[in-house]
Design a protein around this ligand. Sequence first.
Ligand code: ATP
Ligand code: MG
Length: 427
Amino acid sequence: MSIKALKGFKDILPDEVGIWQFIERKARDIFRRYGFEEIKVPILEKTELFVRTIGEDTDIVEKEMYTFVDRNGSSITMRPEGTAPVIRSYIENGLFVRGSVQRLYTIGPMFRHERPQKGRLRQFHQMSVEVLGSNSAKIDSEVMAMAWHILQEIGLQASLELNSLGCTECRPSFKEALLGFLQERLPDLCDDCQRRSSSNPLRVLDCKSEHCQAQYASAPSIIEHLCGPCSLHFEEVKQTLTQAGVPYALNPKMVRGLDYYTRTTFELLTTELGAQGAIGAGGRYDGLVRQLGGPEVTGIGFAMGMERLVMLLGQKGGLESVPGPDLFLITLGERAYEKGFVLQQDLRAAGMYVMMDHEGRSMKNQLKQADKHRARFVLLLGEEELEKGEAALKDMRSGEQEICALAPAFKNWAPVILAKISERTKE
Ligand code: ATP
Ligand code: MG
């Protein structure tokens, strides 16, 4: 019996890796333009980190975390999201001394024990960003504009939904209003919502049950309960989003699946992936750094799901195929093969993508391989050519072939071939 991958864990095969690299390259370029620096944090953390930040009554902590006891008897969790580890690192390494505002991003795998389905895996990948140290509403807009910009750059469209969850000042009054609303409907709600309406009432609004969601259509709106400062902040966020040319829709029911959010929260949605329509989400977490023992620093961030971006791009017909080798070296005879092998290394050292056959196949077969790899040029090097100090360069696109006179000194071959090829590919 062959061993298979775990359920919900997926290989990313060479044929699709081009799309992944494309998305990462575009995103990294946008991050750079917005002044973000990369940070890499561990995949394993103490369980406590996630329980304390994401919250005990959330789906993630209640039923989705990969948690185990390691050989020392400590409870360890495979990160289900990127914000808590980045904040932990920010505090532990004193990153706040590098400057009052830190713009950080990270790209990597996350782990959640969910029911695997299209667009929902147990190991999935996120690119996530965090801005630490600014309260400005302009930062909120900038971060959302950047998410928007990334999607634009990779050729995808999404709608942006926006909400404010208020702060510790105003949320209690909303909680109370919501609690009153829930109490009247308690018997009609799912078990999770019934339980949460007493432990963490806001959480119910994030329920996935359609039946519950239908009830919540008439629930009180958090936006109407915002305190003065939160209300002002939210107004400025909306205004500057419009100034930045980013369209959005208000969604006062959006609470997000993690407890640490305050004020601005948002989601990027698509209708093109069926049930798994969320391609990214984020928001402010003004109390989080303090809560983890760090300084009084506010923050905002978001995460985008790579698999969903890859799926969307794939649905759109993907990308042009990755280019093949610049040159495929065809050699005939032992001596030509020996020279060819060293020439291949010299050309690679000069920056070219070069391949050759090592199985001693016929010339016809080697040509076939060059074709299969979609090589741009082929260099034919046989015993006879070697004697004469020349090689035949074939342009696989035009079919043209030219004889290159090679210098007597072997070490000069690579520059000659390189020059010929760049001349031919100039236009
Ligand atoms: P969903 O509502 O789809 O469960 P979420 O609210 O749990 O999403 P976040 O925790 O905010 O998602 O993560 C941000 C993004 O990461 C999501 O918008 C989604 O694109 C992606 N994502 C989350 N969970 C998964 C998963 N199990 N498999 C693939 N992508 C995921
Ligand atoms: Mg989820």
